[in-house]
Design a binder for this molecule. Structure first.
Ligand code: ZN
Length: 67
C-alpha cells in the first residue's frame, strides 16, 4: 500500500513541475504516517556551504546527456 500512496504523490509532484501548474514541494518535505494516516510537512533551509542548494533554483541548468 505504501509504495502506491507515495508513488502517486511523487507522480503528482513531477506533473506539477513539468506542466508548471500548482505549488510543487520545493524547499519542503512531505511526511506520511501510514499507521496514523497523517500527513506532515518539514521545511528545509538552504545550506550556504552546499554546492547544490546554496544556488537559487533558476541558476541550475539541466545537463545534456550524450547519446
Ligand atoms: Zn544542500
Amino acid at each position: 500500500m505504501l509504495p502506491g500512496v507515495i508513488g502517486v504523490l511523487q507522480a503528482n509532484e513531477a506533473l506539477k513541475i513539468l506542466v508548471g501548474y500548482g505549488e510543487p514541494l520545493v524547499g519542503r518535505i512531505m511526511t506520511f504516517d501510514a499507521q496514523a494516516t497523517e500527513f506532515g510537512e518539514l521545511k528545509l533551509r538552504r545550506d550556504p556551504q552546499c554546492a547544490t542548494c546554496s544556488v537559487p533554483p533558476p541558476a541550475i541548468k539541466p545537463v545534456a546527456v550524450a547519446s
